[in-house]
Design a protein around this ligand. Structure first.
Ligand SMILES: CC(C)(COP(=O)(O)OP(=O)(O)OC[C@H]1O[C@@H](n2cnc3c(N)ncnc32)[C@H](O)[C@@H]1OP(=O)(O)O)[C@@H](O)C(=O)NCCC(=O)NCCS
Length: 200
């Protein structure tokens, strides 16, 4: 049976390697094609969890982690240039936004409502901490990309099912990217932003 656990900065060391490996494996796939090291995952998780309002919702089947969702004030996410200013152009105050930076459910456990459950926990936590919106982003689907699987389905549908609305905001992030010949290169990636009002 799948169990749910909540982690914060104090008990993050217990899971950091396991979720780091999941993150490296999953985001190396299309559309993210993200290549990094476990050491950098440690830095990433420690930065995001440094705020006491940040949580990681973890799903375990027996002892194995089979999914997780990171929820943090959007101000903790420092990887997108000019994010605060771009949100201001849309009349959004970054301080009022909670954010899902990562949600991953392993294949074999998908379409069973686990991510939806993590988002319910996240929204409740956002409300209790006085945030007005939950914001998230995903990589824009490039239909001509050579590494795109022919049966790839964009996760836009997933966000829409969870009542997120597109913000009409697309921003760029630069990171080491897997190439079709298996080499790596730093590249810009377009991110599509989504928002949902938090019920108070
Ligand atoms: C996207 C992802 C997190 C969804 O997790 P999940 O546990 O399968 O999602 P849920 O079962 O809670 O689904 C929630 C709703 O979205 C729908 N949904 C989920 N994935 C979908 C998809 N790929 N396409 C269409 N609808 C989808 C479900 O049908 C469900 O709607 P319903 O309750 O009305 O049936 C999972 O597919 C995943 O880990 N993908 C790889 C990582 C990723 O892309 N993360 C998102 C960007 S950070």
């Amino acid at each position: 049976m799948v169990k749910v656990e909540i982690y914060k900065r104090d008990n993050l060391p217990e899971i950091i390697d396991e979720i780091g490996i999941i993150r490296l494996n999953e985001f190396k796939k299309y559309p993210d094609l993200y290549v990094s090291t476990l050491e950098r995952q440690h830095m990433y998780f420690n930065n995001l969890l440094n705020d006491p309002r940040s949580i990681i919702t973890v799903f375990r089947d027996n002892e194995k982690i089979i999914g997780f969702c990171i929820s943090t004030p959007l101000t903790c996410y420092k990887y997108i240039p000019n994010l605060k200013e771009e949100l201001e152009k849309k009349d959004i105050n970054i301080n009022e936004c909670y954010c899902c930076t990562d949600v991953i459910i392993l294949e074999g456990y998908r379409k069973k409502g686990l991510a939806r459950k993590a988002f319910d926990i996240q929204e409740k936590h956002a409300s209790e901490n006085g945030f007005k919106k939950v914001v998230l982003f995903n990589t824009v689907d490039d239909i001509h990309h050579p590494l795109r699987p022919h049966n790839y389905v964009t996760n836009n549908v997933f966000f829409e099912q969870l009542r997120f609305k597109s913000l009409g905001l697309v921003l760029s992030m630069n990171y080491l990217t897997l190439q079709p010949d298996n080499s790596t290169k730093k590249e810009d990636h377009l991110l599509n932003f989504w928002e949902k009002e938090v019920l108070q």
